[in-house]
Every structure is written in structure tokens, then in C-alpha cells.
Design a protein around this ligand. Sequence first.
Ligand SMILES: NC(=O)C1=CN([C@@H]2O[C@H](COP(=O)(O)OP(=O)(O)OC[C@H]3O[C@@H](n4cnc5c(N)ncnc54)[C@H](O)[C@@H]3O)[C@@H](O)[C@H]2O)C=CC1
Ligand SMILES: O=C(O)[C@H]1O[C@H](OP(=O)(O)OP(=O)(O)OC[C@H]2O[C@@H](n3ccc(=O)[nH]c3=O)[C@H](O)[C@@H]2O)[C@H](O)[C@@H](O)[C@@H]1O
Length: 437
Amino acid sequence: MKISVIGTGYVGLVTGTCLAETGNEVLCVDIDEKKVARMRQGEVPIYEPHLDVLFDRNIEAGRLNFTTSLEEGLTHGDIIFLALPTPEDEDGSADLSYVLNVSEEIGKKIKEYKVIVDKSTVPVGTAEKVQAVIAKNASCEFDVVSNPEFLREGFAVDDFLKPERIVIGSSSERATTLMKKLYNPFVRSGNPILIMDEKSAELTKYAANSFLATKITFMNEIANYCEKVGADVDKVRVGMGTDSRIGKRFLFPGIGYGGSCFPKDVKALQKAGKDENYDFKILDAVIEINDTQKTALIPKITTHFKADLSGKKIAIWGLAFKPETDDIREAPSIYMMNALLEKGAELTVFDPEAMPNIKEKFGDTLTYATSMYEATKGADALVICTEWSIFRTPNYSKLKELLVHPVIFDGRNLYNTEDMKSEGFTYVSIGRKDVNV
Ligand SMILES: NC(=O)C1=CN([C@@H]2O[C@H](COP(=O)(O)OP(=O)(O)OC[C@H]3O[C@@H](n4cnc5c(N)ncnc54)[C@H](O)[C@@H]3O)[C@@H](O)[C@H]2O)C=CC1
Ligand SMILES: O=C(O)[C@H]1O[C@H](OP(=O)(O)OP(=O)(O)OC[C@H]2O[C@@H](n3ccc(=O)[nH]c3=O)[C@H](O)[C@@H]2O)[C@H](O)[C@@H](O)[C@@H]1O
């Protein structure tokens, strides 16, 4: 099939590449000329594991191409995916301007039947709006489909190739038939393609993200309570998670959820509720708790250093909002570092992939180390913000030699507290007993 994807960010590029992988002819359109030039030269512009392999071989096979011309994209594809940003607007709602502006152009430019597929995360009623905006100018038939995306950054290729479910919101049989044909190769194991109305599809996406954010937040509350009563959140987590009704995943406490989606999507659903005079009280609490959680380690750090952080050298491990990505959007590390800088600390940072993005944001305010160990050289303490695998089994002796004091504040509970005790570290984590403080 001939497919066009408008917007080649984390979702668009993965979508385009994976659809090319199953034999479709894909043309990706992006407004960012530099990005398109890089992709045309064979460069993947983001860090996403395994994407490069698929990207290279589909370009080589001639099935994956790039352009800055929307017109070209609209002529090429029988199915046009919109994978455009829907960032948080000033009032917390989803900013639909990218989606609606492109839709306006689609209406003016399409000359034959097209299926317009919204893959961006959008509030209930957006498919209707897109339909109306296109219809204003369209001189041919078209259908609008809501097809929310559930991939996770860091696992995006695997999630796309082997989805647990595909959600298609459409009232058109013609469009639904085409969408099923396109997605059938991805669900051969028997996972469902769920066909529903557009509004339910749109809400499914916000409900899923908000539920997951709530699950994490609930666990962060339990972790904070564990600290009050001397319980160990990791034991509680496993004790709870082994109940299949609860499930083991997304119960890891830490310094809050971040990323380009949970924060904005929870707020967008909260705002959408308010617009209908409906108060999502649970979301109010999730947002408030998560905001506090991002700096949950700060009082522990200031207590350790007796309130004075001025001139204290602190090493930071992990800057990306989660491991296996270079994405720093709403990364808890940013809140942590801003709070530490405000208190006068000097920060030397390391992340396997996110350093360039952090450098762009923080410039000379931070010192950038070339390795995890270099970051800790001469530091008064180490703070861990992201659970990259390489941080999981450090050389403790080396770490003790490099740090001025063997002190670790761990925002992701990477280490066993007993091990840290026997290694002689002062170890402070989330929801567990502090060690040697
Ligand atoms: N990042 C993620 O893991 C997921 C994101 N989503 C949703 O997918 C949508 C896209 O998200 P990301 O891929 O993260 O965004 P992104 O910001 O990484 O990429 C968006 C791309 O669209 C391009 N663009 C902007 N205006 C354009 C225009 N007029 N014409 C062509 N290209 C244009 C930008 O240059 C950029 O390359 C959002 O609604 C997001 O909520 C859904 C599931 C997962
Ligand atoms: O709409 C989206 O953009 C995507 O948002 C999330 O994916 P993503 O943001 O890539 O990453 P997650 O693995 O969900 O992690 C989000 C945040 O929650 C935090 N988290 C996750 C799990 C956990 O147990 N504890 C926890 O604090 C992570 O550290 C991270 O900051 C969802 O998992 C995807 O299904 C969805 O498609």
C-alpha cells in the first residue's frame, strides 16, 4: 500500500519505518528541513533502539523516503497518517493547531479518495473537527480515522511491530477495511484490532495514559508512606504486583513520571473534563503528587548536607526521562537539577544518550562528563535520576575512590539496601530504609 506519514518524530518515524518493513511504500513528510536532509543521508535523527537497522534496510529497498513537501505526501499516500505534535497549551489543554493546520491544507490539496489517520494523541471530538476542516475545501471523498498510538519510547520498534492491541476509531467501512489490511501483518499472533467509534478511540488513549500515570503515582504515595512507617516499598510492590489483578508492571516508585506524554496527557484529560463541568479529582491528585515527587530527594539531600549545598559538588547519573531514549521532555532530572542549582550546588552530569539535548537546555550551567565514573570524580555525592542498565552494577570500589564521600541518593531504587550497607555507602532511596545515614 502507499502510505504517507506527516511528522517524523518519535511516533511518525517509527510508524513510517515499521510500515515500510511490512512492504508498504512509505513517504515521510516533515516541516523541519534539516531533519529531512539528515534522514535523506541515512541518519536516524533520534535515539531509539533497533530503529536504525529497519531504517537502513527500508531506505535501501526504496520503500522509505522523505520529503518536506506536504503536497508530495498528499499525492503519494492512499492512507495519510498524522503524527504531529499535540503539546500542552497554556490552559493545560492539547494544542491542536498542528493537526488542524495540516488538515486545512489536506482539504485544499487532495484530489482523490484518502484515508486521513490521526495518530497524534488528541481529545475527544478531534476526528470530528478534522473532518469538518478538511470538508471545508475538499473536492473529493475522504475518511478520517482515529488510530491512537501506544508505543513506548525505548521500546518503540518492538511495541509497533508487536502491539498488544490496535485501536481503530472509524464509522466508515471503506476506511476500516483498508486499516485492517494495513495492520493485519502486525497482529498475526492473535492480538486484537479493536474497531470502535472515533470518540471512544480518542478517549481510550487518554484513559490508558492517565491510568498508567495514576498507577505510578499511587505507588509513589505508598513509597512515601513506607518511609513514615519503616516498611520497604520494594517488598510491598512485589507483594501487590504478584496479584494478577494488579500486575507487576508500572509499580516502580521513583522521582515521578516524566516524558513527552504522561504529563501533558493527564493535564489534557483533566482540562477536557473541566470543559464538560466534570472534575477528574483523581487526576488533580495525580498531577499534584507527581509535581512534588520530582523533587522528593531534595529534602533528603539538604538534610544530609545540613541545609547548605553551596559549593557542594554533586554528580548526576541519568538525564533522559527514562532509559533507552535521548528524550528529555519533562524529565524529572531537569526538576532535580534546577532545585540543586538553586541551592548553590555544582553539578557534573552523565547520560548515555541525552547529553546533547541537556546541553542545549542547560549550556554552561552544568559540567558534562564523558563517562559515568568521570562524573563522580571529586563529588560530594551521587544522585541517580534515570535507571539506565549501565548504572545497575557499578564498580563500588572505584566509586568509593572517586567520590569524596561515599554518598548516593537514588531516585530509581537501583540498588539493594543490604548491599549498600555492606559496601559502606550512605544510601538514600525512595520508600526504603536509608542506609548508614
Ligand atoms: N513520543 C511518544 O512516545 C508518543 C507520542 N504520541 C503522540 O504522538 C504525537 C507525536 O508525538 P512525537 O512523535 O513524540 O512528536 P515529536 O515532537 O517527536 O515529532 C513531531 C514531528 O512533527 C513535525 N512537524 C511539526 N509540524 C509539522 C508540519 N506542519 N508538517 C510536517 N511535520 C511537522 C516536527 O518537525 C517533528 O519532527 C503526539 O500527539 C504525542 O502525544 C503517542 C504515543 C507515543
Ligand atoms: O503516549 C505516549 O507517549 C506513551 O507514553 C508512555 O510511554 P513513555 O512515555 O515512552 O514511557 P513509559 O515507559 O511509560 O514511562 C513514562 C514515565 O513513567 C515513569 N515510570 C514508569 C513506570 C514505572 O513503574 N514507574 C515510573 O516512574 C518513567 O520513568 C517515565 O518517566 C506509555 O507507556 C505508552 O504506552 C504511550 O504510548
